[in-house]
Design a protein around this ligand. Sequence first.
Ligand code: CUA
Length: 315
Amino acid sequence: MDITNAEITNVFNFATTQAKAIVDLAYIHIGICLLFLVTVVGLTAYAVLKFRHREGDPEPEQHEGNLKLEIIWTVIPTLIFAYLGVLTGLVMYQVNPPVRSRQPDLIVTGHQFWWEYKYPKTGLVTANEFFIPVNADLLFEIRGADVIHSFWVPCFGQKMDGIPGHPNKLFLKPIKKGIFLGQCAEYCGDQHGLMRIIANVVEPKDFEKWQQSQLKVPAAPNDEAAKHGQELFMSRTCVQCHAIAGTAATARVAPDLTHLADRKSIGAGVIANNLENLSQWIKDPQKFKPGCYMPKMMLTEREAHDIAYYLENLK
Ligand code: CUA
């Protein structure tokens, strides 16, 4: 799959204002902790070297307590940690402000083992890969359909759990364009490791273009193989789980396949999306993603090819 130009996945490589706030805070914490480390290790090393026992030394002077010192080493750390505590509280508030009655811009639902993305303002539904406009103040709602999942794109900042029956909110304002990769971050079953996230941050006008193209109802197939593929899709079990706009397929159990052809990967990041791979996937998804809920369909090579051909030609 073509994610070679994706951004490096690293929590310090921030791509949202929220992630930047967290990274800035982390640098302050790391800086102060380093200062402590250097001071404590330095003073200890100095004392060990300077005051070590030498042949013929008398018994050292005996002290019992030092009120001045004790006050200093209690007050200074208290002030430093109070400062860090207040800063942390401010960043937490900045990253998770009150939601009030604001409606989400994107609803993310974790399923075993894929992601559903719904844009409630337009009704657009897609899977595993999504687009958002750069510099937009976005509110995500994170849900879980079956068990607890966790939505995590490291460059975007914090993780957010998708808990069944308890939607969580996540504010994100992307400040950098590009492809950002993520992954489910809460163990959710066999294929937890293959719940990849591909996030595309693009110019607002490109986002609009993408959204309009995704909302388009694809034309009916017009060549033999694609027609045959559609027939198979509607008569075999495919139709019981998947949806394709403009057809009788409306189930929401598995990914919406209306514009599958536009996605980079199959099976939430398992293999690159092309006709050959999709045919093989349809024939035996368990070979690629053992434990996923798409069964082996007992299709012939030709049937699997025609279904894949139909799906790859939905425009
Ligand atoms: Cu979904 Cu781990």
